[in-house]
Design a binder for this molecule. Structure first.
Ligand code: CS2
Length: 456
């Protein structure tokens, strides 16, 4: 038996669920990038809002590149379970907020119609760092943008404008610094190139608040699905597994209505920056450090890497001595407590979070996770030994070639073979050595990061 609307009543009573109509209410949210992260986070908050009696906030999930989530969820009428794990405990909830999943190459007209519908107020995103098609110097890479969400979104916005409808809120939920400002700017660049008048309408009518979302969601494995099957007595191909912890901090700047997510734990604030900076530099910074150093040391999971005393010391150093002094905490935000909590979250063996999942896409992740911290420390005349160790471990991976899954992986490996780590560091940072330096903004870190290699 497989989970779907007709079989959901046969789930055991231990599976928690809300009680709301999923047929009548409208789709109020279109979400690009409906992977496990969204299903374990925003869709879970929205499920709670719907369970509390809010209406018209069902979600249309969009996949840009793969049919797999559509194939998992559509035969299940969008239903799936979310299991929270901690130590030996697991609790499962049925999530009903996702109404349908559309695969962009097959269903572009439907996606455009969903966003152009008067009931849609929010378009949200977890498309990963690379999905925003940022090129050198944070400019939109128009060619890559064409294969992403930009054309679909522009077509929908034009329909809304022509129909005299109000604008929408674009809500980015990816791990980028200032994600609202960045997405707003990239969208404006797309429209400036394609339809400048629509660009003016967009700036006037739409809003792009920043948001920081935090929940560790390891990729679901077949062993997870088998175990769940035996617990709930039916197959759920769309199940997600996560930790108990969850945080969502959202800038309170919406173009129109939104679910009252704050009643279910989300924080609506004037400025997301202190939370976002702490999360990127401490949680994600430590994650990437554990990933590159841990994989090199032969570990497979985060909880194994953090149990190694040397890596634990290095992680502490990165969070408390390097990242922490660069963050302007908000009132009531205790960054030392945050570091303690992070170590405990990383150490939970129940999560089975693979280091290789974190290690992917380093070229897209390292600026906001390490380089912003390093730059800020350098400006204060302070050292950043842990970040240098991490950078050196990242270079080792490019050299080794085994674990680097990155849009620029092949090019970096070719440079590594040709001219060694120096060529790779130059390609990344040195705008004199390469007119296409990836991160020219961080050029002043060049001597320190070269040294990271020579200290090997
Ligand atoms: C991780 C994040 O895969 C990664 O790079 O660092 O996905 C991390 O688990 C989330 O940001 C936690 O909220």
């Amino acid at each position: 038996m497989r989970l779907c609307a007709a079989t959901a009543d046969s789930l055991p009573p231990s599976v928690a669920r809300g009680d709301y109509d999923r047929e009548g209410p409208a789709i109020g949210i279109v979400h690009f990038g409906i992977g496990a992260f969204h299903r374990a986070h925003q869709a879970w908050y929205t499920d709670q809002a719907l369970s509390a009696g809010e209406c018209d906030w069902l979600i249309c999930g969009v996949s840009l590149r793969s049919r797999s989530v559509a194939e998992q969820l559509n035969p299940q009428d969008g239903l799936y379970t979310l299991t929270e794990r901690s130590g030996d405990e697991a609790s499962t909830r049925l999530i009903g907020s996702v109404r349908e999943v559309l695969f962009a190459p097959d269903h572009s007209a439907q996606i455009v119609a969903r966003i152009a519908d008067p009931a849609c107020h929010i378009v949200s995103f977890t498309v990963t760092e690379k999905g925003y098609a940022r090129g050198e110097g944070e400019r939109l890479d128009l060619q890559r943008a064409r294969a992403s969400f930009y054309p679909l979104l522009a077509r929908s916005l034009a329909m809304r404008r022509d129909a005299g409808l109000p604008g929408v809120t674009l809500l980015p939920c990816d791990n980028l610094a200032n994600n609202g400002k960045v997405l707003g700017e990239l969208m404006r660049q797309w429209l400036a190139a394609e339809d400048p008048l629509l660009g003016e309408w967009f700036s006037r009518e739409c809003r792009v608040p920043s948001s920081m979302i935090d929940r560790i969601v390891p990729r679901t494995g077949t062993d997870d699905l088998d175990l769940l099957h035996s617990r709930i007595g039916m197959e759920d191909a769309g199940a997600v597994f996560t930790e108990r912890f969850s945080q969502w901090v959202i800038e309170d700047d919406f173009a129109g209505p939104r679910p009252a997510w704050e009643r279910h734990g989300a924080q609506l604030v004037g400025d997301v920056a202190p939370y976002e900076t702490a999360k990127l530099r401490m949680l994600n910074g430590a994650h990437s450090l554990l990933a590159y150093c841990g994989l090199r040391a032969g570990n497979e999971f985060v909880h194994e890497a953090i149990a190694d005393p040397d890596l634990r010391r290095l992680t502490d150093r990165l969070m408390r001595e390097e990242a922490l002094p660069t963050i302007d905490a908000a009132a009531g935000q205790d960054l030392n407590d945050y570091a303690d909590d992070l170590i405990a979250r990383f150490a939970d063996p129940a999560l089975r979070h693979r280091l290789a999942q974190i290690a992917m896409d380093g070229t897209q992740k390292l600026p906001q996770r390490w380089l912003d911290t390093a730059l800020s420390l350098q400006q204060r005349g302070m050292e950043f030994a842990a970040i240098r160790s991490g950078f050196e471990a990242w270079l080792w991976h490019i050299d080794d070639g085994r674990f680097v899954d990155d849009p620029l992986g092949e090019e970096l490996r070719r440079l590594m073979k040709l001219g060694g780590p120096d060529q790779v560091v130059a390609k990344c940072l040195d705008s004199d050595a390469s007119s296409q330096a990836l991160w020219p903004h961080y050029r002043s870190l060049l001597p320190a990061l070269r040294q990271a290699h020579f200290n090997r």
